[in-house]
Design a protein around this ligand. Structure first.
Ligand code: AN0
Ligand code: CP
Length: 340
């Protein structure tokens, strides 16, 4: 694997899920693969889980790891070509990338949407320069539009908590073994990227197409329609309570306006969040589900996205979900090492 960006990069999901379980059985069995190999993790933005879990995954594989926080101690990087660099940026990405690549074998990059230009974000201007100029395998640790390590961990978590089919019950409306997974928008005071919902939708739809028995529904207020390249084929239900009916998994996330219908609104928070608080996931919505599991990628703002009782409740999966970030990262790094 040379690039990890889309669900298609990982291939057959059943094979990837089996590999994830093999990693869980003994995560130290491939230490020889990473011997004398170095992973460089580059962060343009904050992180807790991605930073720790990816570092841990690399160490499980016997790798050396270097972590660089670009904004803490490195030179400020210019990313546009043709700019007269007389401002606060001392170095250009076009030198920095090959220099950084010379010290490592694999590169992970976190670079969030900047919300300056929809075209720049959706063309993945920053990550594509890493792919083009580093000469190394590149894995996305949340880019402008995708967060595939998260979505893979989410899929692993859903499969691990899939209820075992009850042989005494006739197949219901959706058939025994079919899961209803609902992704819901929830309020947030600041503009957040679309990377997490884009990838979650892309991975759920792929899982559904590959016969993993997932019925995927998205619910959000009007104006927050996600880009068709990620959600084509998904069911959108604007009534949140209706969407939650019979859900087995509820996946909450805020995202700012993707600018699909009104490009000028790209990256905006469309309504004052005070008026959207009924979208915060609480007992009220969970009561109409099929005793659903609650998921969120974290970090989460309590009592904006989800109430204390739901996130702390027995159906919450947020901690095992975060723990699976180590597993998804290890499968990806392992595959990259195997193809070096
Ligand atoms: C980021 C986001 O919503 O994309 C990272 C989530 C993993 N969240 C925040 O910036 C709070
Ligand atoms: N879920 C996730 O990616 O968390 P961090 O932003 O803390 O890495």
């Amino acid at each position: 694997m040379k690039v990890f960006q889309h669900v298609s990069d990982i291939g057959d999901l059943s094979v990837a899920l089996a590999e994830a379980q093999e990693v869980k059985r003994d995560r130290y069995q491939w230490q020889h693969l990473g011997r004398n190999k170095t992973a460089l993790l580059i962060f343009f933005n904050n992180s807790l889980r991605t930073r720790l879990s990816t570092q841990k995954a690399a160490m499980n594989l016997g790798m050396n790891v270097i972590v660089l926080d670009v904004n803490q101690g490195a030179w400020k990087l210019e990313t546009e070509r043709g700019v007269i660099m007389d401002g606060d940026k001392s170095e250009h990405l076009l030198e920095a990338i090959p220099v950084m690549a010379s010290y490592c074998d694999l590169i992970g990059v976190r670079s969030f949407a900047r919300f300056e230009s929809r075209a720049d974000d959706y063309e993945e201007k920053i990550l594509n320069q890493f792919i083009r100029y580093s000469g190394r395998p590149v894995f996305f640790m949340e880019s402008a539009t995708v967060h595939p390590l998260q979505a893979f961990a989410d899929l692993i978590t859903i499969e691990e908590h899939r209820p075992t089919p009850n042989p005494s019950r006739e197949g219901g409306e959706r058939g025994e073994g079919m899961l209803k997974v609902v992704m819901t928008w929830a309020p947030h005071p600041k503009a957040l990227p679309q990377a997490v919902p884009n990838s979650f939708a892309e991975w759920m739809l792929a899982a559904s197409r590959q016969g993993l028995g997932i019925d995927f529904v998205i619910t959000h207020p009007e104006g927050y329609e996600l880009d068709p390249q990620f959600v084509k084929g998904a069911r959108v239900e604007y009534d949140q309570m209706k969407a939650f009916e019979g859900a087995d998994f509820v996946y909450a996330k805020n995202w700012s306006c993707p600018g699909v219908t009104r490009p000028e609104d790209y990256g905006k928070v469309l309504h004052d969040y005070h008026s959207m608080m009924d979208w915060c996931v609480s007992k009220r919505q969970m009561a109409v589900t099929n005793d659903a599991r609650f998921m969120h990628c974290l970090p989460v703002r309590r009592n904006m996205i989800v109430t204390d009782d739901v996130i702390e409740g027995p159906r919450s999966l947020v901690i095992p979900e975060a723990a699976n970030r180590e597993i998804s990262a290890q499968v990806v790094l392992k595959r990259m090492l195997e193809s070096l």
